[in-house]
Design a protein around this ligand. Structure first.
Ligand SMILES: C[S@@+](CC[C@H](N)C(=O)[O-])C[C@H]1O[C@@H](n2cnc3c(N)ncnc32)[C@H](O)[C@@H]1O
Length: 232
């Protein structure tokens, strides 16, 4: 058995009961250090822990795959929900194992943001820049989302200077593309764990600095009117 488990946004109160059960029953628990820290109390005393970072993740996932093929129950734990800005990691796990791997959804930082900021998913698009490969199609899509009158929930890219696309870069890029500087914009940090929130306009966001553990909301300038039935 091997399963990729979404650990939620940081506080274990947001880890699903099924995720907690799978970790408690695992022979091997693997993940990035920061995520393992979230679930540490649930890891059985006798379990093998395989921790990894961006540089050694491919080699460490090969070790997880060896354990899996030896018949061990393996839980690979990821931040938030694997299906938002975690899918490339699932692809790496599957490549190491040589077959598709089950995933268990977790609560995403995007869901917590939507709840804090009172945003309706139906009228909002999620975009991440925290991924390998060509970001250009995702940048274009973000512009189209705002031009189409939707909100955007955006995970920035915190990597090295060359690739970094943090909220201040995103705001500057959007304005260069002709998006109004007046869009209400929010940046939320460390959701569920010592949160900080910032509210301003897109123009002001270009001058606002935040930590890597941030998620951004760019609101539409024209929120949809409620379409529920008239009040009795
Ligand atoms: C690789 S992405 C994983 C996102 C995750 N799969 C999810 O659904 O939330 C990691 C980035 O998500 C954002 N993030 C994750 N947890 C967060 C939290 N609790 N508060 C704010 N941002 C968060 C940060 O931008 C972080 O660098």
């Amino acid at each position: 058995m091997i399963v990729c488990i979404g650990a939620g946004p940081g506080d274990t109160g947001y880890l699903t009961q099924r995720g907690a059960q799978l970790i408690r029953e695992a022979d091997v628990v693997a993940g990035f250090d920061a995520v393992l820290d979230v679930v540490r109390a649930l890891i059985p005393a006798g379990a093998t822990v395989i921790n990894m970072n961006y540089r050694d993740q491919v080699a460490q996932l090969d070790n997880v795959a060896l354990e899996h093929h030896a018949g061990k129950r393996c839980a690979v734990v990821l931040m938030g929900d694997i299906h938002f800005s975690g899918f490339q990691y699932l692809e790496r796990v599957e490549r190491a194992c040589g077959h598709p791997v089950e995933s268990l959804p977790g609560i995403s930082s995007a869901q917590i943001l939507a709840s804090r900021a009172r945003v309706c998913f139906d009228e909002t698009t999620f975009i991440t820049f925290h991924r390998r490969g060509d970001l250009a199609p995702f940048k274009r899509h973000l512009v189209h989302v705002l031009q189409d009158g939707r909100n955007a929930i955006v995970i920035p890219c915190p990597w090295d200077e060359a690739r970094s696309f943090m909220p201040w870069h995103i705001a500057a890029y959007l304005m260069e593309q002709g998006i109004s500087p007046d869009h209400p914009t929010e940046v939320w940090e460390n959701l569920t764990r010592g949160e900080a929130e910032w509210h301003g306009t897109l123009a002001e966001c270009a001058g606002h600095r935040c930590s890597d553990m941030s998620i951004m909301l760019v609101r539409t300038l024209a929120p949809m009117a409620s379409q529920i039935e008239p009040a009795p």
